[in-house]
Design a protein around this ligand. Structure first.
Ligand SMILES: *Cc1c(COP(=O)(O)O)cnc(C)c1O
Length: 374
């Protein structure tokens, strides 16, 4: 059996090696390393795939979030509501820009931000909501957009984990994750669903003025060469990474389908075990399974992880600590407001999930989990 990995990037690469290698060598040959034609082509190909007006590539997914916030009309101390149960980058950029993060509870079944908790957290200083499309499915966007409209708030979708997922509105309209709100962001970190071979990210928006502003911010606040209209950053997707992404984007739907198939296998194997809750698939969102995350109900999650490690099966705890209790972002809070997040911290375990899992590996993993959870 092939060694089981959390993410198997090498096997995926071997299948497209020729294509990717040639694309990279062509960039070397062209010497157009920064903002070359590969970046522009990738940008328009991703715009077409997402059906969004503007994609602005940048250096990584954290920069994308920071740049999105910088482009909005926000003042020091403005409140930004986001989820307590996410990767730290989401809240890090809020603090970096001297905005105030207001962390709220997650939904127990979908792991995404709780709509009720958002409602309770809104004050006169609230300016934006950042829903994170965690583990591969979108947040409850219909409800979130409605709240935002009522209170005149920006919505920034952190789509680092759900690129390719689709959300169906009550009207029947279908949109790609990351394109439903004021602005969306993503990451091309190698292990993400659309990953490059280094760092990369992008910002999406349908708003022309905002896109114009963002294109300046990513390039030192320059709209005309050597005229700096505002304080920006230097954050670019390099041409080599863009060339690689151009070879991978056409496979994204197939990759997400492979992840779903692995998830189906897991779901079926664990159905009927009273102590294992499989991930719920939201009604309005497709799931692209960035992670396959179980909830273990018998209190033995850590022992299960240890058992799996001994069998050479990697399994990860995403995420072990609530952001509100992290040293860097600590905020006074009432644990009674974070019942779901705190339960999830104790129960979640993510199993290997990538495009290259074969049936032998899936059987080995599920047999091991079930042996322990008998
Ligand atoms: C990966 C990730 C990011 C950050 O992306 P980088 O490219 O690593 O900077 C932000 N938010 C979420 C939810 C992520 O998973």
């Amino acid at each position: 059996m092939k060694k089981i990995q959390m993410v198997d990037l090498q096997s995926q690469y071997y299948k497209i090696k020729n294509d990717v290698d040639n694309a990279v060598l062509n960039v070397m040959d062209s010497a157009a390393f920064i903002n070359g034609p590969e970046v522009k082509s990738f940008q328009s190909e991703l715009e077409a795939y997402l059906d969004v007006k503007h994609v602005i590539p940048c250096g990584n997914g954290t920069d994308a979030l920071q740049i999105a916030l910088m482009a909005l009309d926000l003042q020091e101390g403005d409140e930004i509501i986001t989820t307590d149960f996410t990767f730290a980058a989401t809240v890090e950029v809020i603090h970096l820009l001297k905005l105030k993060s207001v962390l709220v509870d997650a939904d127990y079944d979908t792991f995404t931000i709780s709509v009720d908790a958002i409602k309770k957290a809104i004050t006169s200083r609230t300016k934006a909501i950042i829903p994170v499309h965690l583990f591969g499915q979108t947040s409850d966007m219909e409800a979130i957009l409605k709240i935002a409209e009522e209170h005149n708030l920006y919505v920034i979708e952190d789509n680092a984990q759900a690129i390719g997922a689709e959300y169906t509105f009550e009207s029947g309209e279908v949109k790609k994750s990351g394109t439903m709100s004021t602005v969306g962001t993503t990451s091309f970190f190698p292990s993400k669903n659309l990953g490059c071979y280094g760092d990369g990210g992008a910002v999406f928006t349908n708003n022309d003025d905002l896109a114009y502003k963002i294109r300046g911010i990513v390039n030192h606040g320059m709209y005309e060469r050597y005229y700096h209209d505002e304080v920006g950053v230097n954050s670019r997707l390099d041409s080599v990474q863009a060339a690689i992404l151009r070879k991978k984007l056409p496979h994204l739907d197939t990759y997400n389908e492979a992840r779903r198939k692995a998830a189906d296998y897991y779901d079926e194997a664990f159905a009927g075990n009273a102590n294992i809750l499989t991930p719920k698939r939201a009604e309005n969102s497709s799931h692209v399974f960035h992670q396959y995350t179980l909830r273990i109900l018998n209190g033995k999650r850590n022992e299960l992880q240890k058992f799996l490690t001994e069998k050479d099966i990697p399994a990860m705890i995403y995420y072990p600590v609530a952001l509100r209790k992290q040293k860097a972002y600590f905020q006074e809070s009432n644990d009674a407001d974070f019942v779901n997040t705190d339960k999830l911290l104790d129960q979640v375990i993510s199993l290997p999930m990538h495009t290259e899992l074969d049936e032998e590996q899936l059987k080995f993993i599920t047999d091991a989990v079930l042996e322990f959870m008998r």
